[in-house]
Design a protein around this ligand. Structure first.
Ligand code: UT7
Length: 337
């Protein structure tokens, strides 16, 4: 590569390559929480929760299962599947809204536990965080900034959920999913379609700011949600975004091998599948039944389960979409690892 002449304002860069998900992993906390454990405090029933959300049980992290611990346990199988170690990583991106420190981020600690001193930072895009992370990681790899990037979606939402809140107590859960995005000879991650609607900022939010919590002595805040508002936005707004991701990847629904949407509510998943006109026999992630809504972790956890159970073919195409607080969303087609 010849040096750039002084004064031209030009920098040299390596060739743009391709990216793919080379490894996927997940960690589900040990403690299983069935609906029956939650219903009394919110005057609900197992039947209502199953019918309205599709959730049968979820996992809550126990003592000694921090955001960091869960991230590392999800990352280990992803690194192994990709055939690399932590030392090979060029960056670590952690998507989370439940790391309980304002600063520093969780990612440097996750990197350190994996034996990496790579660039490490968190992103806050709630349930869309993992798909945002995949987009960033893909571009970092494509432009030669890194050869391998770890993307973790992790939540310990039980710390920020009120078990007396009828609208959220039965939904939110804990867990971690991780993917290694690596350099590739072929296109393995399609263009991301993403955006936000800040006008609906309050539809899912921490009930009080940290400043109000402190100054007005409000006690521990939790995440509140205007369930019906979010439900309608997801059902009507997210199917077109998913369709745009298919269009951007240059494929049609009948070419898909899997649909892996954010696990918010099984009725949202079914409505989106219908609006997209997905083939009746297409494998669709319904991890929510046994995992609940794990926000940033839900898409990688759902993919990990499908891959582990052999429900979807390695090398096939999956449409994934995350959506939630912000409101924010991101969708892309990826090649299944
Ligand atoms: O992950 C981020 C994105 N999040 C989402 O996408 C979540 C979107 N929202 C939802 O999934 C749903 O709105 C919920 C599952 C949270 C709630 O389901 P819904 O069908 O929207 O319930 P609703 O608030 O419309 O309430 C319907 C009825 C009401 O009774 P009436 O007025 O019809 O007699 C509520 O009082 O269900 C009642 N209800 C409950 N009953 C038993 C509300 N919450 C409960 C409950 N148990 N927990």
């Amino acid at each position: 590569m010849s040096p750039t002449p002084k004064g031209t304002g030009h920098l040299t860069a390596g060739p743009v390559t391709h990216s793919r998900i080379a490894g996927i992993g997940g960690y589900r906390p040990r403690r299983v929480v069935p609906n029956s454990e939650l219903v009394e405090r919110i005057d609900s029933s197992d039947e209502w929760i199953r019918e309205r959300s599709g959730i049968i049980e979820r996992r809550f992290a126990g003592e000694g299962e921090s955001v960091i611990d869960m991230s590392v346990l999800a990352a280990a199988p992803a690194l192994e599947m990709a055939g690399i170690t932590g030392a090979d990583l060029g960056a670590v991106i952690v998507a989370t809204v439940s790391w309980p420190y304002q600063t520093p981020a969780a990612a440097p600690l996750v990197a350190e536990r994996l034996g990496s001193t790579a660039a490490a930072f968190d992103i806050s895009a709630a349930c869309a965080g993992y798909c945002h992370g995949i987009s960033l990681a893909s571009d970092m790899v494509r432009t030669g900034q890194a050869e391998h990037v770890l993307v973790v979606g992790v939540e310990r939402l039980s710390d920020f959920t009120s078990l007396d809140d009828r609208g959220t107590a039965f939904i939110f859960a804990d867990g971690a999913g991780a993917a290694v995005v690596s350099r590739s000879d072929t296109v393995g991650i399609g263009p991301t379609v993403w955006g936000s609607d800040g006008a609906q900022w309050e539809a899912i939010s921490q009930t009080e700011s940290w400043i109000d919590v402190h100054e007005k002595q409000l006690g521990w805040p939790h995440i509140g949600m205007a369930g019906q508002t979010v439900f309608r936005w997801a059902v009507w707004g997210m199917a077109p975004v998913a369709q745009q991701a298919l269009d951007a990847a240059g494929i049609t629904a009948d070419q898909l091998d899997a649909f892996i949407p954010h696990q918010a509510n099984v009725r949202i998943i079914d409505a989106m599948a219908k609006k997209l006109g997905l083939p009746a026999d297409l494998p669709i992630a319904r991890d929510i039944a046994y995992t609940g809504n794990t926000s940033a972790a839900s898409v990688p956890l759902a993919m990990e389960r499908m891959v582990r159970h052999g429900e979807i073919p390695s090398g096939g195409l999956a449409l994934q979409i995350g959506f939630g607080a912000g409101l924010s969303y991101a969708a892309q087609v990826v090649v299944i690892p």
